[in-house]
Structures are given as C-alpha cells and as structure tokens.
Design a protein. Structure first.
Length: 332
C-alpha cells in the first residue's frame, strides 16, 4: 500500500505492507488530517518513526466484530494493554504501555490502511461528512477542556493561539457562553475566530515566538484577568504568556506539544496559586454530537486537500504560515 512515512526524513512508500495486527480491525482510510503534532514529529518530537497521522475517517474492511465491516468509523488513537488497572477502569489513554496511532509504537493514518482494535472504533452518523469526520479527534481534544476546567457563562477565558486546534477550542468553549478572548498573531485567522457561529468572542493580536520568553508584550488591561487560560499556541513562549494572563487561583490548561524546550518562572505560579492542567485527548461522543447537530461549522478551517501520493507537498503546505487544516484523501 501507499504510505507517508517518517524515518529521519519524510518519504512516500508505495510497497508498505498493510498493517494487519492479530485480533484488530483493518480500516481503509478515506481521509486524514495533518495536525501540528505531525509537523512536530518531523522536527524530532516523541522520537516516532513510521507512518504518520492520527486524525482520520475510514471504512472497516476486516474485523472479528463483523457488525463493523462496511461501517464508516473514526478511532480513539490510544491503544492500551487492556490488562492494567487504568485500562480495566476504561482509561487506556494513560496506559503505561500504550501505543498511539501515528505517534508512538503504531503506524498511523497517512496510508491506505490502518489497524486498530474494534473497541477503539466509533461509527459516525450519515449526517457527518467525511471532511467533517476528520475533525472528530481534534475536536474531542478541544472538548476535553470542558471536562477538566470549570467554564460557564460567568467565566473569563483566554485561548492562546489562532491555529487549527485553537480554532476548534474557541468553537467548543463558545458553546458555554463564556466571556472568551482569543490571542493570536495572524489577522486572517483572528478574523475567522470572530465569525464563530452564535458566539460572542473577542480577538487580540499578540506576538508568539518560537523561543521561551516573558510576557512583557501583554497589555496591562489583560494581565491577570482570566479565570482559565488555554495555551494552544504551539509556541514555547506560550506558557510564559499564559502565566501573565491568568488571575490568582486561576487555571492554565496546556494543549501545546512542541519539540523545543519551555521555560517558566515558577515563582509566579506558586505565589498566585495557579493550577496547571495538562490536556490531551478527549471523549469522541461530545465532538460527534456537536458536528452532527451543526452547532460547529468546520468547513472554513480546511485550507487545502491533497491526495495521499501528494503527501510531501501536503506536509509543506501544512507547515506554511497562514495554513489551517490540510487533508489527505485516498480518492475512495
């Protein structure tokens, strides 16, 4: 099969064996999305070598659970051992020996086929298109914030970043009616945030660098103002900026993953008694419900679509400034 693989360098391979794993379902990939994690892996994040990609929609072609065959599905990307206490409690996302689709120990979705256990696959309703279904995994990650931090109509919330994930976070948090401000560095992306359906969102431009730094660029009017700050900038400077935005006893939710190191003056965190919460994957059903109901419009977030064979220029486009979501289609 054709696959976009990383082994110190990116390359298209046309004779990669289909990834059949004993007891798992074989899924024919219809479409997959390139996210910042894929771009960071190419820079060295996580040390992963293999087929990239974890955001996908596909059709089951082989499965011991025969009712799944022929069904359109998305997939929970974490595969636990199914034996440890965490897995037995239903939390394979934090299994110490887990593999992660396209990120850790398991070939991913930038291929014609992928393999996942049937328990990881979730049917999607006919009302959710293939292009929209690709966003279920990252939107679930955005919705995870609502399970980790208390956010309601009275909350003052900031999102740092205006990229793919930040756009989805803004749309998910807007459902609460909170007082939401998005900080970013791209005028066109901030304009897109302001068009979020049915939301009252403010947008402010702010520098975000690729090195850790202070928060001297923050206006006095926003320093220490927010109950919750979601750091999703993908920049090493984001955490320091978030610490300047959050109020005493507030919460910082960390979403960024990047290869470069991050530094922070922890004395401010201690003195202000700030809670820092790591946030990764989320439950798929809330994301599916939002997309199926039409509450969130995803289409404006798609910048370009390439075929799988065009994976190299697709990755280059995804890394370009101003790009949002790039899709890889297998032309099924």
């Amino acid at each position: 099969m054709i696959a976009l693989r990383f082994d110190g360098s990116l390359k298209i391979e046309r004779d990669t064996p289909a990834p059949r794993r004993e007891g798992e379902a074989l899924v024919q990939v219809i479409s997959a999305g390139i996210c910042n994690t894929d771009l960071e892996i190419v820079k060295g994040y996580s040390g992963f070598h293999g087929t990239l990609g974890h955001e996908f929609v596909g059709r089951v072609v082989e499965s011991q659970e025969t009712s799944l065959i022929g069904e359109r599905v998305v997939g929970e990307i974490n595969v636990g051992c199914n034996e440890c206490a965490l897995c037995l409690s239903g939390d394979q996302r934090h299994c110490p020996s887990r593999s992660v689709l396209g990120i850790k120990g398991r070939d991913g979705a930038f291929a014609e086929y992928l393999s996942l256990p049937a328990r990881n696959l979730i049917r999607i309703p006919d009302t959710v298109s293939n292009r929209t279904a690709v966003f279920i995994e990252p939107l679930a990650a955005a919705c995870q914030i609502l399970d980790q931090a208390r956010i309601d109509r009275e909350s003052k919330v900031a999102v740092l970043g205006d990229g793919k994930l930040s756009q989805m976070i803004a749309r998910a948090l807007a459902q609460t009616g909170c007082d939401l401000t998005v900080f970013g560095k791209h005028d066109e992306k901030l304009d897109l945030v302001l068009k979020t359906r049915g939301a009252n969102i403010k947008a402010e431009k702010i520098p975000l660098s690729n090195t850790s730094g202070g928060n001297d660029d923050l206006a006095p009017s926003v320093k220490g103002r927010f109950d919750v700050v979601v750091e999703a900038s993908g920049s090493p400077s984001g955490l320091s900026l978030a610490s300047g935005l959050v109020r005493p006893s507030g919460t910082i939710v960390l979403k960024s993953t990047h290869h470069n190191p991050t530094s922070l003056d922890m004395s401010r965190i201690v003195v202000n008694e700030v809670t820092i919460v790591g946030s990764r994957c989320g439950r798929f059903q809330p994301a599916i419900d939002l997309l199926a109901s039409g509450a969130i419009d995803i289409e404006p977030l798609i910048t370009a679509t390439f075929t799988l064979e065009e994976g190299l220029p697709a990755m280059k486009t995804a890394a370009a400034p101003g790009t949002l979501k790039v899709l890889l289609d297998t032309n099924l």
